[in-house]
Design a protein around this ligand. Structure first.
Ligand SMILES: *Cc1c(COP(=O)(O)O)cnc(C)c1O
Length: 382
């Protein structure tokens, strides 16, 4: 058995779309990207969505949009993937790291309020593992202080929290379609917003500063339309090469069709894990999973015996992970010293277990059986 920790759930639907894209011989920014954006808009029920080539790019541009003054500060969770804080540095801003809520490992609201200063211009909120942060309180707080909220939705598909999709609570929602995420395009991301006009410049920003649809202008290159200025474009701002391409979007179009099925499978696996592991007193769940309401990208546990358990499972061929090393412990971010005492210590107990839509119940059973065995042996040895 070779169990995968994460795995994209891809197959004949994706191959069919890729084949069609290759037959059309249009691989760059084109009709598939437009269609995928439309499908995602419909999925999230948002007014605007612009596709880019990674979640990191989405965060970079998402912050960039607001033209914050150099050196201003952005509140971010220490417990996140580096992209959350790197996007702050890309924009010549300074991260202020916030500790984690002990129950959910999301931004701790009290610590957030404590670390806020007048120099702060925005908060980046991560819905860690797919479990919602206290986004309602955070948005109220941000409104009070007149600062912006960007949701890093890399772990969620936009599950609803209090009747509103995650990603639409803040000013901007940034999604990731990297291969380990709930839905994948290989690599990819999406910037979403319900605020009219806010994303106006993003299409130019993602494509070297040009706000123009090359696919559409190539269609104007006809005999009938002699005078169309199909070659004309203007660059009014510095842009990046961050566009999603049609090949990636073709994968996304297949994925979005089976999103419901993939979500269902993740939910069932988590419920299965919980039913098997709940009797082990040395284990706590990584976050308070509520699979009726939310889709999760990460399943994990917390235990004082983490390192021993990792090695035990490794010997059985079971992969595990730890998501992540808190950023306040990373050399790159050390100089922005903000203390996040809780998560810096708690992280040593955290363990990620296999979770993806192609995982079989036989595999999950095998993982659980070995975790139970590990703790049984421990108790006997005691
Ligand atoms: C994966 C991830 C990102 C970045 O997404 P990419 O598409 O890999 O650039 C950002 N934030 C979090 C929390 C992530 O897990």
């Amino acid at each position: 058995m070779s169990i995968r920790l994460f795995k994209p759930s891809i197959g004949k639907d994706e191959i069919k779309n890729i084949k069609e894209t290759i037959s059309r011989s249009w691989l760059g920014l084109g009709p598939n990207v437009n269609l995928f954006e439309a499908k995602w808009k419909n999925h999230l029920k948002c007014k605007e969505a612009v596709a880019v080539n990674s979640g990191t790019a989405a965060l970079h541009l998402g912050l960039k949009l607001f033209n914050f003054k150099k050196g201003k500060k952005v509140l971010v969770p220490s417990m996140s993937f580096s992209a959350t804080a790197s996007s702050v540095l890309y924009n010549d801003l300074e991260p202020v790291f916030v500790d984690s809520n002990p129950l959910t490992l999301n931004l701790d609201f009290n610590d957030l309020k404590k670390k806020y200063t007048k120099d702060c211009v925005a908060i980046i909120v991560v819905h860690y593992s797919g479990h919602p942060a206290e986004i309602d309180k955070i948005v109220n707080f941000a409104n009070e202080k007149k600062i912006k909220v960007i949701e890093d939705c890399a772990h969620t598909d936009g599950s609803k929290f209090k009747n509103k999709p995650l990603g639409l609570w803040g000013n901007i929602g940034c999604f990731s379609f990297e291969e380990k995420k709930i839905l994948t395009t290989g690599d990819g991301g999406m910037i979403c917003s319900n605020e009219k006009g806010l994303l106006k410049n993003v299409k130019a920003m993602r494509w070297v500063g040009i706000d123009k649809d090359n696919w559409k202008s190539s269609k104007q290159y006809t005999k009938k339309n002699k005078k169309a200025l199909h070659w004309y474009y203007e660059i009014n701002q510095l842009g990046y090469k961050y566009n999603m391409n049609d090949l990636a979007a073709s994968i996304g179009l297949a994925q979005i069709k089976k999103l419901k099925k993939m979500k269902q499978k993740r939910k069932k696996i988590i419920n299965f894990y919980i039913s098997k592991l709940k009797l082990i007193s040395e284990i706590k769940l990584l976050v308070p999973y509520d699979t009726r309401k939310y889709t999760y990208q990460i399943f994990g546990i917390r235990t004082n015996y983490r390192n021993e358990l990792i090695i035990y499972l490794k010997n059985k061929g079971i992969p595990t992970g730890c998501h992540w090393t808190p950023m306040t412990l990373q050399p790159l971010f050390k100089k922005y010293k903000s203390k996040c005492k809780y998560i810096e210590k708690e992280i040593d107990k955290c363990l990620t277990l296999p979770l993806h839509a192609d995982l079989t119940y036989k595999e999950v059973s095998f993982v659980c059986k070995n975790i139970i065995k590990f703790f049984d042996e421990k108790i006997i040895l005691k």
